[in-house]
Write a protein that binds this ligand. Structure first.
Ligand code: NAD
Ligand code: UGA
Length: 433
């Protein structure tokens, strides 16, 4: 099939590359000419494990192309995917649909023959119908249907998630459109991946409900972690014991410095907004948003406390800046709240992150970036672990303690054993233990 992806960010690029790997002919379109030039040269603009090889293979096979020319991309396509960004709107937290509707208008002008338009972006309930209305208004001749197909991939594991999804969700009403979607995803259904066919409104809501539920699960364990600290329990044991119940499951029960990333923060805010507008307040989600903010501030207090409530002039080594490992994405990373607070308090902050520097350099003002973890730690008065990159999991703790000015560690991802850290001579704090 001929597919066009409009928007070549994390989702558009990963989906486009994976669809081409299925054997479809894919053109990925973006308004960002610099990004398209890079991609045409075979360079991947984001860090996503395995994406470069798969992209190169499919470009070489002639199944994957990149362009800034939306009209040409849409004209030859059986199915056009909208995968542009839907960030939180400044002020009210609503999903900003400017790019989605702009893309819909532009797509409409280029339609010829029958085309299926599929919205992959995360969008509030009713957006797919509005896309249909816009296209019909812009191009009265166009033969088309609209389908909702929210994406559930995670950054850092995007290819695996796309190729082996727990489920594919398709919100579609027309049988012809449904049959086309079945053809698009046939390679996955052959591998027994389940497809949930439903109406567009339910598909749109499944995406927000799933993300909000996962954000709630993380926030729940973060609140249990705070309780553990006050009553002398260990959150890792609590999470393990809870997670063994199949109805609860062990995933997303890791306590930490609060969830971040390009989606949970904006999608929880958008769902709260959707609830308010539908006169059906999402009180749990509203509380999750507030508690997650409080968690980040609790982490600042924890570090300040470890440092005797004075970091002025002290060197602090921060290990990890991205919102999670295996990505270069800094969007809504807890580091963006915690690091500026330390800089503000006068700390001399040295940051190490295997992939975060390019994006982080503009976002974390007044810090020094280091490539070598031990160089960052030398003469520091505190090591602060913010992201659980593998590179930080096997430090020589004896060496760490030896080269520090004051051997203190705040491990906000619970990657070390408190007894081991103590034995190495570190004053060690973690989360919920
Ligand atoms: P992104 O910001 O990385 O990329 C969006 C791209 O769209 C940008 O390259 C931008 O230049 C391009 N764009 C904007 N308007 C355009 C237009 N009119 N024509 C062509 N290109 C245009 O966004 P993302 O992280 O890929 O997210 C896209 C959507 O997918 C969002 O709704 C997001 O919530 C959802 N989502 C993201 C993830 C993720 O892990 N990042 C996972 C699941 C769902
Ligand atoms: C998340 C979802 O997992 C995807 O299914 C979804 O498609 C995506 O959002 C989206 O809609 O964009 P992602 O943001 O890439 O994916 O990352 P996650 O692995 O979910 O982690 C999100 C945040 O939660 C990170 O800051 C991570 O450190 C934190 N987290 C996660 C915890 O603190 N504890 C956990 O147990 C799990």
């Amino acid at each position: 099939m001929n597919l066009a992806m409009i928007g070549t960010g994390y989702v558009g690029l990963v989906s486009g590359v994976c669809f081409s790997d299925f054997g479809h002919d894919v053109i990925c379109v973006d308004v960002d000419a610099e990004k398209i030039t890079m991609l045409e040269r075979g360079e991947v603009p984001v860090y996503e494990p395995g994406l470069d090889d798969m992209m190169a293979r499919n470009m070489a096979a002639g199944r994957l192309r990149f362009s800034t020319d939306l009209a040409a991309g849409v004209a030859g396509a059986d199915v056009v995917f909208i995968s542009v960004g839907t960030p939180a709107r400044r002020g009210d937290g609503h999903a900003d649909l400017t790019c989605v509707y702009a893309a819909a208008r532009e797509i409409a002008r280029s339609l010829s023959g029958y085309t299926l338009i599929v919205c992959k972006s995360t969008v509030p309930v009713g957006t797919n119908r509005e896309i249909g209305r816009i296209i019909a208004q812009e191009n009265r001749e166009a033969g088309f249907h609209v389908a909702s197909n929210p994406e559930f991939l995670r950054e850092g594991a995007a290819i695996e998630d796309f190729m082996r999804p727990d489920r594919v969700v398709v919100g579609v009403e027309d049988p012809k459109a449904k049959a086309l979607m079945a053809r698009v995803y046939r390679p996955l259904t052959l591998r027994e991946a389940p497809i949930v066919y439903t109406d567009p409104e339910s598909a749109e809501l499944i995406k927000y409900a799933a993300n909000a539920f996962l954000a709630t699960k993380i926030t729940f364990i973060n609140e249990i972690a705070a309780l553990c600290e006050n009553v002398g329990a260990d959150v890792k044991s609590v999470a393990k014991g809870m997670g063994m119940d199949k109805r609860i499951a062990p995933k997303f029960l890791h306590a930490g410095p609060g969830y971040g990333g390009s989606c949970f923060p904006k999608d929880t805010r958008a769902l709260a907004r959707i609830g308010q507008e539908a006169n059906s307040p999402m009180r749990i989600v509203e509380q999750v948003i507030a508690t997650n903010e409080a968690v980040k501030h609790r982490m600042i207090d924890k570090v300040m406390d470890l440092c005797g409530n004075n970091v002025n002039g002290k060197k602090i080594a921060v290990l990890g800046a991205t919102f999670k490992p295996l990505t270069d994405d800094m969007r809504d990373s807890p580091a963006l709240t915690i690091v500026p607070a330390l800089v503000e308090a006068g700390a001399n902050v040295h940051v190490v992150d295997p992939q975060g520097r390019k994006e982080g350099a503009n976002l974390l003002v007044g810090v020094s970036w280091q490539e070598d973890v031990y160089k960052a730690i030398r003469d520091a008065s505190c090591v602060l672990i913010l992201t659980e990159w593998n590179e930080f999991r096997a430090l020589d703790l004896d060496k760490v303690a030896r080269i520090m000015r004051e051997p203190k560690m705040a491990d906000l991802r619970n990657i070390y054993d408190p007894a081991e850290a103590g034995a190495a001579g570190l004053t060690y704090v973690s989360v919920g233990r």
